[in-house]
Design a protein around this ligand. Structure first.
Ligand SMILES: O=C[C@H](O)[C@H](O)[C@H](O)COP(=O)(O)O
Length: 217
């Protein structure tokens, strides 16, 4: 099976967690796009969805699924999103598509974070994928110097502006052997809005598609 077929299989497996009347959180990316397309068949079951990006909001609306403001939602039983890397502890690197900040906010509210990935995303140690860090534009050089002092090689994602009007530094070669500590360290750099490590709030369930079927852990 190719990657896209596996992404689709993982995404569709998440439909089983939807119950009538729910408001659900919906992430961003190519895997989640399969989830949104499949969700269209369940749209009458849903009260609505909270989107982690403008792109996701647009796709949900195209399917006639109501998009709700997170501020008007009391509870979010599930949040379905992809990842760029996930380890055995369900800690992740996210933000390859630049949606990390809104993703982290929705993940913080959600009761259950369901991560949907194909098997290529499973890693023993996080950090092969460059870590995205969202930064206030005027702090870009300052934050880049601090990231370099931590041993990383930050690369400015040129021509890309996040949905929040900020920029992204993709940090190569960071030592991510202690994800929790590193997430806190990066959060404490002035000018950083969010970093793409999801260790303080890992996923609760990973649905991982392999050529043998969708496994969960
Ligand atoms: O900002 C983007 C998100 O964190 C995505 O969940 C992540 O990049 C994975 O995307 P994809 O499913 O396209 O590989």
């Amino acid at each position: 099976m190719d990657h896209n077929a596996l992404k689709k299989a993982a995404a569709e497996a998440a439909l089983a967690f939807i119950e009538p009347g729910m408001v659900i959180g919906v992430g961003t990316g190519s895997t989640v796009n399969y989830f949104i397309d499949a969700l269209a068949s369940r749209k009458d079951d849903l009260r609505g969805a909270v989107a982690s990006s403008e792109a996701t909001a647009a796709r949900l609306r195209e399917h006639g699924i109501p998009v709700l403001d997170l501020n008007n939602v009391d509870e979010l039983p599930i949040y379905v999103d992809g990842a760029d890397e996930v380890n055995a502890h369900r800690e992740m690197i996210k933000g390859g598509g630049g949606a990390l900040t809104r993703e982290k906010i929705i993940a913080a509210v959600a009761r259950k974070f369901i991560c949907v990935v194909d098997e290529s995303k499973k890693v023993q140690r996080l950090g092969g994928f460059p870590l995205p860090v969202e930064v206030i534009p005027m702090a870009r050089s300052h934050v880049a110097r601090r990231l370099a002092a931590l041993g990383g090689q930050p690369k400015y994602r040129e021509g890309f502006v996040t949905d929040n009007g900020n920029v992204i530094l993709d940090v190569h070669r960071l030592d991510v052997s202690r994800p929790l500590k590193l997430e806190e360290q990066l959060n404490s750099i002035t000018g950083v809005v969010t970093n793409g490590l999801f260790a303080l709030r890992p996923a609760d369930l990973v649905l991982i598609a392999t050529s043998q079927g969708v496994e969960r852990y």
